[in-house]
Design a protein. Sequence first.
Length: 218
Amino acid sequence: MQQKTKKFIFISVLITGCIITNLISTNDEAKTLPVSSLPQSAQGAVASKAAQAKTVRVQVSGAVLEQGIYDVPASCRVEEAIAAAGGMTENADSERVNLVRKVRDGMQIRVPVKKAAWTSRTQRKNDQATAGYSASSTKKVGSTRAGAGKNNSAVQSVRINSASVSELQQLPGIGPALAQRIVETRNSGRFNSADDLLRVPGIGKAKLAKLRDYVEVD
């Protein structure tokens, strides 16, 4: 009777072990189920997730042909990311870029410009700005001269040897400082002709030409 009982227990344990082993094998198979056995929609989701896990997004800017944001393999290096942006331009300073550095998600890769090229470009911009300023200044000066021409029609002859500082300021282009210098110059020697105004610091041939019709030597 005891032998039958022991035999029954052994058989029961054996059957239970087989059932447990079978269940474990089934779970392992479910875990390692190949993607190809999944529905097509599920396969696409798995493939998309796997692709995303293997790529990173980086920004490439500076001296490259096509600046922008690129998705590159997670294992690639800076050199490959720059290649994805069309490569470097002629004025790129490759010596200041670590081309073998591995990329990471969210990384910004900026390729600098050679110092000589940067200096040339900056100088060119400065020259353009200066040219624009000069043109603007010339335009303003032209407008001022035009306005002065209109006012000159009301200017009467001024006796440069006896006129006061305020009277001398009626002459075109003569301000308080220049009028004072005219008085100081004539105190050291009277003006014998309009040409003697060239002795006054600040009056040149161009200014004299504008004053000639409005001065009188007494």
